[in-house]
Design a protein around this ligand. Structure first.
Ligand code: ZN
Length: 281
């Protein structure tokens, strides 16, 4: 029996079917794909973005969307997740790729999906604060983690369950896209993390998007997320207060922890430890 025929009967079954449908919509990632992606077909782009987002979303079991989906358009310069929703209440995301560069679509979307989790998920009116604050660099690093995490997870999934059977061989390419970025960063940065971070933290507070630095930090965080992927679920609590211009990293971690569910505290503290932040409750 299809959902449609159940709805047609009305009464109890109608209510039940609507609840089922609402639950399905609550978990489903929905997309509107705009123009400008060249020979990249909308249905294929959607399949790649869904696959990319799902690698993270499947761990966010207590996070939900009040938005009606993601509206994707081609951006000529750089990827972006907008603060303002579309008229039909979608999260608006620009991707700076086109044609059939699937690894690039996946990489960029996972980054913007992470911004969306932080700024637009669950009760988004509370967290869509717009003021970036001096620790915004950490959000950028988490989004870089999301890209690497997603590509590596997709490469596993696509080996057995690709969106289309003939995309199976592309799994290897997804993995090498992430691994090359990881290796290049490892080669560039030889200094032990704690002393290097102490030197660059102030630069990052002034300029949060230093991509190589962001990637260097992401490499410290990636193993934590891969070992505890349920940590993605804590991003819905990541930004709950307006940060002051002087907010320290410690203060940022403390507000994240205070907002989060108790079950997420160990994970958040683990992330803090990377930066030698001891979180007081
Ligand atoms: Zn970003």
């Amino acid at each position: 029996m299809t959902l449609g025929t159940v709805v047609g009967h009305g009464g109890f079954f109608s209510g039940f079917a609507k609840a089922l449908e609402a639950e399905k919509n609550h978990r489903d990632l929905r997309f509107q794909i705009g123009e400008g992606f060249g020979v990249g077909l909308s249905e294929n782009i959607e399949a790649v973005l869904r696959s990319s987002g799902e690698t993270i979303w499947c761990h966010c079991t207590s996070t939900h969307w009040q938005i009606s989906g993601f509206s994707i358009y081609q951006h000529e310069q750089h990827p972006i997740c907008h603060f303002d929703h579309t008229a039909d209440s979608c999260v608006l995301i620009g991707l700076a790729t086109k044609q059939t560069f699937w690894a690039q679509y996946a990489f960029q979307f996972a980054h913007e999906f992470c911004h969306a989790l932080i700024g637009h998920s669950s009760n988004w009116r509370k967290r869509n604060l717009r003021q970036a604050g001096p620790n915004f660099w950490l959000e950028e690093c988490l989004c870089e983690v999301a890209s690497l995490f997603s590509l590596r997870a997709m490469s596993e999934t696509w080996r057995s369950k690709p969106p289309y059977p003939n995309w199976k061989d592309y799994a290897e390419h997804l993995k090498s896209y992430a691994d090359e970025r990881i290796e290049k960063t490892r080669q560039t940065y030889r200094q032990p993390f704690p002393s290097w971070f102490a030197e660059v933290e102030n630069d990052l507070r002034r300029n949060p998007t230093m991509r190589e630095h962001n990637c260097r930090i992401a490499l410290e965080l990636l193993p934590i997320f891969e070992a505890h992927p349920v940590g993605w679920d804590s991003l819905q609590h990541y930004r709950m207060t307006v940060p002051s211009e002087e907010q320290t990293l410690q203060e940022h971690f403390e507000q994240w922890l205070r907002s989060a569910d108790r079950s997420q505290h160990t994970f958040i503290k683990k992330i803090g430890t990377v930066f030698s932040v001891k979180i007081l409750q």
